[in-house]
Design a protein around this ligand. Structure first.
Ligand SMILES: [Zn+2]
Length: 294
């Protein structure tokens, strides 16, 4: 594209049109993301989450994916925001800032913002520069809220750097643990300590080793803990569709609601997303939407 010969005013007006088209396109992207999530299509394609799909399939960066998903969730709840996005009155940065505040408050203080409150916050921050908007949302946050989200940075193929904010009480507990381990492992590093704690946790919670309630695994009284362990063991303690190890559930390949049995041959391990996608394929998204929450 050669722009050298076009006049100044045409250059500016073209750029204005492009920026407008870009914002309109963004709103369309958000609607499409929403529908992919509603259908759990990312699971069908073998991705562990919508974020995984957005980064690997759509080639967004982590941050770009995060912001778009945050905006998409907000658009679903507050459709009026679309007009602000297309007019350029509000940016993705502002939206993810506000969404962070809503999520963190819900998580740490149990506070739920109403749609009207959210709209009010957006009208307060929308026209402000991002630093000013950050200051406003920070002033609305409770004291417990960590200032930054957790961070994982790949250092080498074998090593990662984990960064997270924690409470003073966690620090105290770490010091106590270090003290208890001091005779065996003086000067234990945090990474090694957390690895040991994770091993203990996994031993207790690993679904392949410990039977949880029948209600949780969805198998009736005819099945038993041994069947459940075997299903998980055979699946390598991973989702058999996407490989995720998060929120694993036992799924009936031929659904129970359609007469599927609790036999080993009819059971498999799926993560929650893949399980929901399987149900959507079987029963339709309209029907499943009544049961599923996004
Ligand atoms: Zn899965």
């Amino acid at each position: 594209m050669n722009l050298i010969d076009i006049g100044d005013s045409i250059l500016i007006s073209r750029l204005e049109s492009l920026a407008k088209a870009e914002r309109e396109l963004l709103a369309k992207v958000l609607h499409h993301l929403r529908e992919v999530e509603r259908r759990r299509l990312f699971a069908e394609l073998g991705y562990k989450s919508l974020h995984d799909f957005a980064t690997k399939h759509l080639a967004y960066s982590d941050d770009q994916a995060y912001r778009r998903i945050a905006a998409m969730r907000l658009l679903k709840e507050v459709p009026e925001i679309e007009q602000k996005i297309t007019s350029g009155e509000i940016s993705l940065s502002h939206i993810s800032l506000a969404q962070n505040l809503f999520n963190q408050e819900r998580k740490y203080s149990g506070k739920i913002f109403s749609k009207e409150q959210k709209q009010e916050i957006f009208s307060q921050i929308s026209t402000k520069p991002i630093r000013e908007a950050e200051r406003i949302t920070a002033s609305m946050a409770s004291q417990h809220i960590p200032a930054k989200p957790d961070q994982i940075r790949i250092v080498t193929e074998e090593k990662v750097e984990l960064k997270f904010q924690a409470s003073r009480s966690l620090q105290d507990k770490i010091e106590k643990l270090k003290g208890l381990l001091a005779h065996k492992k003086p000067n234990i590093q945090l990474g090694e300590l957390f690895e040991q704690l994770c091993d203990i946790g996994l031993k207790q919670l690993d679904p392949g080793k410990v039977a949880t309630s029948r209600k949780q695994c969805g198998i009736n009284k005819n099945s038993n803990a041994e069947v459940r362990r075997e299903i998980f063991r055979n699946a390598g303690n991973k989702c058999q569709n996407c490989g995720s190890t998060h929120a694993l559930q036992i799924d009936h390949i031929h659904p129970k609601a359609k007469g599927g049995l609790d036999t080993k041959e009819n059971l498999r391990v799926l993560c929650r997303n893949c399980n929901q996608r399987a149900a959507i394929k079987e029963f339709g998204v309209g029907k499943m939407e009544l049961y599923l929450k996004v």
